[in-house]
Structure formats: structure tokens, C-alpha cells
Write a protein that binds this ligand. Structure first.
Ligand SMILES: CC(C)(COP(=O)(O)OP(=O)(O)OC[C@H]1O[C@@H](n2cnc3c(N)ncnc32)[C@H](O)[C@@H]1OP(=O)(O)O)[C@@H](O)C(=O)NCCC(=O)NCCS
Length: 385
């Protein structure tokens, strides 16, 4: 592998990286610059070739909620290599360097949306959760009187909607504890419009729409978060009020949306489901930060990890009524590599499924207990990054 210095960029280097992302992902250079700078330069890494920016990525400092517990995460996005530097191992080196950096900063896991899985599998990521796109036929929503009020969203409501989101995120396995820049850059009330939903005069949800493009009969729901069936019904009525112009509404969410359960005649269509990937960055932090069912058990793990060797070796994970502790040593009866641990950790794949794939080895009873410890709702998140 060639050696490319990897650094936090200067402003000019960040602009050069933005130009590479424009080549890679499209859009205008101005949009790319705004997008590269949105989380601040300390979150950006670039690789240099002959002193010039040849590649880069963004590392969002955030967390996933797994069974209600906050797990410190770097979400990786915008991995892009200039076309004339591709296929030389540059992206791989950038990822490895970033993972080492994340570990040194106490990060437990890393997640990303892969455009190609091979690169990320090579550095220890595996498919570990889902993200869904929904389509709703607006005329199918029956108009009805629903309790509650909707008031137009203003910047003053941001603390309230963050609170509503966090309340829901803690209850949904896989959702993010969003970094601040997600809020400022993804809810643009100078462009978008939305409503705070009040039930019994109390905030119970919000919905944010993108203004529709002229001549396009599609309504894009930018953000949608409700905390009760009444709030969901009221937001569906707000969607229905667009019916004279918009025939179809779309939004990105998770498989367990409210709308399919509340619409009597025509359910929304799950248009597609995309997998995100996860990597265990610090095994001890990851195992102790996650939530577990209230069981008592002991697991003797033996892990391999070529990229972050401090994760490798034997450990005992002990759960006492779901409270985890991790100690070095043990018999190592359950053997797996760090990549196989990712979907087990999130509950996306059972140990039995991993065993069928030859990705985990261990006595039948241990794997059955492991299944009970890591069982979880389908890991999912509505955010893309
Ligand atoms: C995808 C991309 C980042 C890869 O960068 P790169 O520097 O060429 O990747 P590397 O040379 O480090 O490749 C690492 C491994 O991934 C594989 N790989 C890289 N790009 C691949 C692709 N498009 N499809 C399948 N495998 C790919 C390589 O073959 C290599 O595996 P190997 O060593 O077993 O052969 C680069 O092609 C790019 O910028 N593409 C456009 C933007 C993009 O898709 N970014 C990813 C967003 S998630």
C-alpha cells in the first residue's frame, strides 16, 4: 500500500476535497463546499498525494441508541477519491487511519452508508441495519376531524422538536443522537416549512415539508416525528391537505412507521430498504455501552481484528440482569471476527444465522444464550449521512 499523509485540512484543502466530492457525487461546487464545511473542519480528513488533496471523508461525531443506551459513534460520509488516484488503496488507507483516530478518541463504533461494500468490509464494517424510503398515495388519506392543533414551525421551536426527536430516538433501536449540524443543515426553515403538532396543548410531534418543485406533483417530507397515534393522525391530515396539487408523498424513515398502521384502506408502500454498515471500533466500549435485555449470562469471546489489534483476543462479557461488564481472558469458546460481530451487536443477524454463514463458531448452548442477549428490534435509522 502506498503511503499518503492524512491530515485535517486547511480551508483551501477542504475546498479541494469539495471539488472531488462534486466529481464523485454530482451537484454544484457551492453545494459541495457548504456540505463539506457543515460539521466544521475538525470532522474532515483528507489524504495528500504529492502535496495535493487526492481524497477525503467526513466523520460525524454522534451516537446510536441501541436498546435505549447511547453508543458513541463516528458516522462516516463523503468518502471520495479523485478519479486519477483510485484503485491504489487510498480509500482503504484513509478509512484505516480514521478508525485508529476514532479509537484513540474513545469512540465505540462507526457506521456508514456504503456505495460499495467491498472497501468497507475490507476494513471491518458489515451490514448491520436498515433505512427505508416510503411512498404514500395522498388521495387515499380520508379527510377527518382529528384532535389537536398544528402551528407553523419557527426557529423558536427548535429546542422543542429536538426534545421530541430525542424522546423517540431513545425508544427506537438504531436511531441517532444527532449532532448539532444535522439540525441546522437539515431543517432549513428559510426554505422548508413545517408544523409543530400539539395534542391536548402539548407538543407531540412535528413534520417538515420541502416546497414542491413547479410542475412536479410530489410532496417530500423532510422530517417527520410523532410521539402518539393522535399526533400521527393529525400529521397525516396535514399531508392530505396537499391533495389538490400533490398526488404522492415520499419520506425516508424506518420500517416501523406509524402510517401503515393508521390508514385503513391504502397503506404506504415501502419503496426500498437500504442497508447501513457498522464497525466495532472499541470492543470494550461497544459491549458496555449497548443496552441488553434483563438477562444474566456470561460469554467467552475470542475475536480477531487485523486493523485494530487491541480489539483482538479473549474477553468475557458478563451480563447481570442486563448490566454489562467486560474482563480480559476467559476460555474464548465463541470465536468470530470483528466484522461478524457488527450485525450480531446490532441484532441484525442472529448467532445461528452467522454460524450458518461460517462466521462464528461456538457451542450450541452458548450461541443460543448469545441470541437471547443480543436480540433486538430490527436496527434502523431515518437519517442518511
Ligand atoms: C469508492 C472509492 C472511494 C474507492 O476508492 P479507492 O481509493 O479506489 O479504493 P481502494 O483502492 O482503497 O480499494 C479498496 C478495496 O475496495 C475495492 N473497491 C474500490 N472501489 C470499488 C468499487 N467501486 N466496486 C467494488 N470494489 C471496489 C478495491 O478493489 C479494493 O479491494 P482489493 O484490494 O481487494 O482489490 C472511489 O472509487 C470513489 O471515490 N468513488 C466515487 C465516490 C464513492 O462511490 N464513494 C463511496 C461512498 S460510500
Amino acid at each position: 500500500m502506498n503511503d499518503y499523509p492524512i491530515i485535517t485540512p486547511s480551508e483551501q484543502q477542504a475546498r479541494d476535497y469539495a471539488a472531488i466530492t462534486t466529481q464523485a457525487f454530482g451537484g454544484s461546487l457551492d453545494e459541495s463546499i457548504e456540505w463539506v464545511f457543515d460539521l466544521g473542519l475538525p470532522g474532515v480528513r483528507v489524504a495528500l498525494a504529492d502535496g495535493q488533496v487526492a481524497a477525503g471523508l467526513k466523520a460525524h461525531d454522534m451516537a446510536h441508541y441501541f436498546l435505549g443506551r447511547r453508543v458513541a459513534t463516528w458516522g462516516i460520509g463523503g468518502v471520495a477519491v479523485a478519479p486519477h488516484h483510485r484503485n491504489l488503496g487510498l480509500a482503504c488507507q484513509l478509512m484505516v487511519d480514521t478508525l485508529r483516530d476514532a479509537r484513540s478518541k474513545g469512540i465505540a463504533v462507526s457506521s456508514l452508508y456504503p456505495a460499495t461494500q467491498k472497501l468497507y468490509r475490507k476494513v471491518g464494517y458489515e451490514r448491520a441495519g436498515v433505512h427505508s424510503k416510503w411512498k404514500l398515495n395522498i388521495p387515499a388519506i380520508a379527510l377527518e376531524q382529528t384532535p389537536g392543533n398544528a402551528i407553523p414551525l419557527t426557529e423558536d421551536h427548535l429546542p422543542t422538536i429536538k426534545q421530541l426527536y430525542t424522546q423517540q430516538a431513545k425508544k427506537h433501536h438504531g436511531w441517532l443522537d444527532r449532532p448539532d449540524h444535522f439540525w441546522t443543515h437539515r431543517i432549513r426553515l428559510d426554505i422548508d416549512f413545517g408544523y409543530l403538532i400539539l395534542i391536548d396543548d402539548q407538543p407531540a410531534g412535528y413534520i417538515v415539508f420541502k416546497p414542491c418543485k413547479q410542475g412536479v406533483n410530489e410532496l417530500w417530507i423532510q422530517q417527520w416525528c410523532v410521539t402518539s397515534p393522535d399526533a400521527a393522525r393529525l400529521s397525516l391530515q396535514l399531508i392530505a391537505q396537499h391533495r389538490s396539487i400533490n398526488q404522492t408523498a415520499y419520506w425516508y424513515g424506518t420500517p416501523d412507521e406509524w402510517a401503515p398502521w393508521l390508514l385503513p384502506n391504502d397503506t404506504p408502500e415501502l419503496q426500498y430498504q437500504e442497508d447501513w454498515m457498522l464497525r466495532i471500533v472499541d470492543i470494550d466500549a461497544a459491549l458496555t455501552q449497548r443496552g441488553y435485555p434483563p438477562i444474566t449470562a456470561e460469554f467467552h469471546l475470542d475475536l480477531t481484528d487485523d486493523i485494530l489489534p487491541d480489539n483482538a483476543g479473549r474477553r468475557v462479557l458478563t451480563l447481570r440482569q442486563g448490566k454489562p461488564t467486560v474482563q480480559p481472558g476467559g476460555s474464548g469458546r465463541i470465536a468470530l471476527d470483528i466484522r461478524a460481530l457488527a450485525p450480531l451487536y446490532t441484532g441484525y443477524l442472529s448467532p445461528q444465522h452467522l454460524r450458518d454463514l461460517d462466521r462464528i463458531a461456538g457451542p450450541h448452548e452458548d450461541l443460543a444464550l448469545l441470541a437471547a442477549a443480543f436480540t433486538a428490534p430490527l436496527p434502523a435509522m431515518p437519517d442518511h449521512f
